[in-house]
Design a binder for this molecule. Structure first.
Ligand code: NAP
Length: 284
């Protein structure tokens, strides 16, 4: 592609960011639609975040994705945020509309679309067990509650964090039963797995081949499905074991894809070339 004075600049702010697959996904999409746009990765240290966030306006950057550890800090610099982002308390997509910055959280809809496409699952009226209580777990919990899950167990290593998350969401979503559980409470976890329809790993355990969280998957109901947000490796030990036990199970690359698809559509107002983006991520 030819970079010109008119080329619109998009990017991702994170730290670290050199592992990100978003530049290859978005640049492939821009090129396939012949858009005069480019997407770059910016490694922004937390101490420099304010300068970088203010530069979106001052340098006329058209849009950015925001990743670890800045998804919450960005909110202070925005003019408006979407309902999903407000419920999640985190923003992963910013659009610059003539100097007005609008924040979105496309992890919320990206997760929903991923479980629908990969696992044929919709949470309405069903039961989920969510492992983790960090930023990604907040997006998943928002998605499950907004889509009328009947009950969600939030299982976390640090129980206090799960309790705070459960309490906060119970206030906003009165129709979903939400309960915090310690990752150490093996008996309760066995009991929960026996009645859960969807098990989600939203912890960082399992990344780069590290051990996945230990789950007694043999207690899951036969039809239960499993989604692991970790996408490196593409198949974590959790997913492998679940598949060996005969469950439908999928890793986090599809959520990465669909959050990107929605960011692209928010920025450009055009249908994202999903096939091209899948290819760029090595999904097909
Ligand atoms: P985070 O805010 O740092 O939260 C990390 C969570 O993982 C916490 O609940 C933490 O428990 C738990 N945890 C970490 N190591 C653990 C271990 N060894 N055993 C048990 N629990 C452990 O991170 P995040 O932003 O939520 O991201 C979590 C994961 O989701 C990352 O791997 C990230 O790459 C992935 N992610 C994927 C997508 C996607 O599109 N597929 C999108 C967003 C995030 P404590 O509270 O006890 O510390």
């Amino acid at each position: 592609m030819i970079i010109k004075a008119t080329t619109k600049v998009y990017g991702i702010f994170g730290h670290p960011v050199n592992h990100s697959l978003s530049p290859q996904m978005h640049n492939a999409a821009f090129q396939s639609l012949r858009l005069d746009c480019v997407y770059l990765a910016f490694d922004v240290h937390p101490k420099d975040f304010e300068i970088a966030a203010r530069a979106i306006k001052s340098m006329c950057i058209s849009g950015v994705n925001i990743t670890i550890p800045h998804k919450e800090s960005i909110i202070f610099f925005l003019d408006e945020i979407s309902p999903e982002a407000s419920l999640t308390g985190a923003v992963n997509t910013v659009k610059n509309v003539d100097g007005k910055l609008i924040g979105y959280n496309t992890d919320v809809s990206g997760f929903l679309r991923a479980i629908k496409e990969d696992l044929g699952f919709h949470p309405k009226g069903l039961s989920a067990a969510l492992i983790g209580a960090g930023g990604a777990a907040r997006a998943v919990l928002t998605s499950l509650c907004m889509n009328e899950a009947y009950q969600v167990y939030v299982i976390n290593r640090t129980l206090d964090k799960a309790k705070r998350l459960a309490l906060e969401f119970k206030k906003g979503f009165k129709d979903t039963f939400i309960q915090a559980v310690s990752l150490d409470d093996k008996d309760e976890i066995k009991n929960i797995l026996g009645k859960t329809n969807l098990l989600v790993n939203a912890t960082s355990a399992g990344m780069k081949g590290d051990d996945s969280v230990e789950m007694p998957l043999e207690h899951l109901q036969k039809e239960a499905v499993i989604y692991d947000l970790v996408y490196d490796p593409r198949e974590t030990n959790l997913i492998k074991t679940a598949k060996e036990l005969g469950h439908k199970a999928s890793g986090g690359l599809s959520m990465l894809l669909y959050q990107g698809v929605e960011s692209f559509e928010i920025w450009t107002g055009k249908d994202a070339p999903i096939g091209v983006m899948k290819k760029a991520l090595g999904i097909i």
